[in-house]
Design a protein around this ligand. Structure first.
Ligand SMILES: C[S@@+](CC[C@H](N)C(=O)[O-])C[C@H]1O[C@@H](n2cnc3c(N)ncnc32)[C@H](O)[C@@H]1O
Length: 402
C-alpha cells in the first residue's frame, strides 16, 4: 500500500522561491504519471529517457570529419520516434547510427526517414548552428525528455531502450540550489555531443568527470572510453548517480568501459579512502586515476564564485598529480540577468569563470603550462535539446614543463 504521505508529496511539486528548475525538465508532460519513487530525503524522483542520435561518422577518423561535417549537419535532424526506428543501423563498432540499411545512400535514407506511413512528407528541424543563432533572434523551440511511466508500459520502454539507444536517467525536478546535481542540465548535453562527435579522442581513455550530477555525461562517455571516474558530493546524489549507471549498463558494457561513481569534493584536498565511507576510493583506484587519466571534464558547474574557485584549485591539484598531460573540457551556460549593481544584463558567474580561465592560463609555477581555447559549438547534436547561444564549451590543455 502506498504511504499517504508519500502519495501527497508525489502529487505536489512545489516551486518555492529558493528552488531552481533545469530547462531540460521544463514542459515535461504529465509529471505525476512519471514519478517513480521518493528518494531518501522525500523528493519525488522521475525517470526520463534521452535518445542518442548515433551517427555513422561519430567514430570515424578526425580527418574525414571536416569533409563530412556538412552532411552530418543535414543528416542529424531531430526525428520523431518512428523515423528513428526506421533509420537505425549498426556500424563496424556495433554502434547504432541513423541509417536503415548499410547499402542505402545517405540521401535516400534521409528521404525515407522523412516520409510517414502514408508517404506524406514529415518536416523535421535541423538543430541550429551557433553561427545561425548569432544572426537572428531564435524562436524558442521547446524540447522535453521522453519520460517513462511505471508498469507494463515501462517494460516495453525497456525493450525500446535496448534497441534504440535510450539513456535512462532518474532525476528530480525543482530542487533547492544545493541539490542542483539531481537535475539534468543542458551543459551536460553539449559536452556529451562533443564527446560523441570527437569520440576518437576519448576512445580507450581514462576520464575523470567533476560535478557529474545524475551521471549522464559520464554514462555517455563510457560508451567510448575505458574507465570513467564519475564524481560529485553527497551520498543521496551519488546513490542516484550509481543507480543511473546501473540502468544504462546495457549501453556502456557492450560498447565501452566502466563508470566508477566516487566522491570528489572540490572543497577538500584529499580523496577519501576510508572504506566505511560510501563512494570512497581504494588505493588502487587512486593509482589508476593518476597513472592513466588523460581527460578531465565538467558540465555546468560554474554558478557560484566560491565553488568555481574551489573547482579551479581542484583542476590545478589533479593535473599536477597526473602522470601524463591532459585535456580538460568545461561546459557552461551563461545565464543572463539584469542586476542593479551593473544596471545591465550580465552573468556574474560567467564573468568569474572567464577570469579564472585567464588566471589559469597566466599562471606560471615552472611545473605546468595551461593553454585555454574555446570550442565553437557547431558540432552536430546527438541529443535532443535546445542548443542556445549561451551554451559554451572550453578546452584546456595541461602539459607538464619538463
Ligand atoms: C548544475 S549541477 C551540474 C550537474 C551535471 N554536471 C549536469 O550538467 O547535469 C552542478 C554540480 O556540481 C556539483 N558540486 C557542487 N559543489 C561541489 C563540490 N564542492 N564538490 C563536487 N561537486 C560539487 C553539484 O553537486 C552538482 O552535481
Amino acid at each position: 500500500m502506498v504511504d499517504p504521505e508519500k502519495e501527497k508529496a508525489m502529487e505536489e511539486i512545489t516551486f518555492k522561491s529558493d528552488t531552481v528548475l533545469s530547462d531540460v525538465h521544463l514542459n515535461t508532460p504529465n509529471k505525476r504519471h512519471l514519478m517513480v519513487r521518493l528518494n531518501t530525503v522525500g523528493q519525488p524522483v522521475f525517470l526520463s529517457q534521452f535518445k542518442l542520435l548515433w551517427n555513422k561518422v561519430s567514430c570515424k577518423d578526425t580527418h574525414v570529419k571536416d569533409k563530412k561535417q556538412k552532411d552530418i549537419q543535414i543528416e542529424n535532424t531531430v526525428l520523431d520516434d518512428r523515423s528513428i526506428q526506421e533509420s537505425y543501423g549498426k556500424n563496424s563498432n556495433g554502434i547504432d547510427f541513423l541509417n536503415k540499411n548499410e547499402t542505402q545512400t545517405c540521401s535516400s535514407m534521409r528521404i525515407e526517414a522523412l516520409l510517414d506511413n502514408d508517404g506524406d512528407l514529415e518536416v523535421v528541424r535541423r538543430p541550429r548552428l551557433f553561427s545561425e543563432t548569432k544572426q537572428k533572434e531564435p524562436s524558442r523551440n521547446k524540447t522535453h525528455p521522453k519520460v517513462l511511466s511505471q508498469g507494463a508500459e515501462n517494460r516495453n520502454e525497456e525493450q525500446e531502450n535496448i534497441h534504440h539507444n535510450m539513456v535512462k536517467i532518474e532525476h528530480t525536478m525543482a530542487t533547492p540550489l544545493e541539490d542542483v546535481g539531481k537535475q539534468v542540465w543542458r551543459g551536460a548535453f553539449l559536452l556529451a555531443d562533443y564527446i560523441l562527435f570527437q569520440c576518437d579522442l576519448f576512445k580507450n581513455c581514462t576520464v575523470l568527470e567533476l560535478g557529474a550530477g545524475t551521471g549522464i555525461a559520464s554514462i555517455i562517455t563510457a560508451t567510448i572510453a575505458k574507465t570513467v571516474y564519475c564524481t560529485d558530493v553527497g551520498e543521496d546524489l551519488l546513490t542516484m548517480c550509481e543507480r543511473n549507471v546501473a540502468l544504462n549498463r546495457n549501453l556502456t558494457a557492450t560498447r565501452g568501459g566502466a563508470v566508477k561513481v566516487k566522491e570528489l569534493d572540490w572543497l577538500k584536498d584529499d580523496l577519501c579512502t576510508d572504506p566505511q565511507v560510501p563512494f570512497s576510493w581504494s588505493e588502487e583506484e587512486i593509482s589508476d586515476l593518476y597513472a592513466h587519466t588523460t581527460i578531465l571534464m565538467a558540465a555546468d558547474v560554474f554558478y557560484d564564485d566560491d565553488l568555481t574557485d574551489a573547482l579551479f584549485k581542484t583542476l590545478y591539484r589533479i593535473t599536477h598529480n597526473l602522470k601524463n598531460a591532459c585535456t580538460i573540457y568545461l561546459s557552461i551556460e551563461k545565464r543572463l540577468n539584469f542586476t542593479l549593481r551593473h544596471l545591465d544584463i550580465t552573468c556574474e558567474a560567467y564573468n568569474h569563470f572567464r577570469f579564472s580561465l585567464n588566471d589559469l592560463e597566466k599562471f606560471r609555477d615552472g611545473k605546468m603550462k595551461f593553454i585555454v581555447e574555446p570550442i565553437e559549438a557547431t558540432f552536430p547534436q546527438f541529443l535532443v535539446y535546445e542548443r542556445i547561444e549561451q551554451l559554451e564549451l572550453w578546452k584546456i590543455v595541461a602539459t607538464p614543463i619538463s
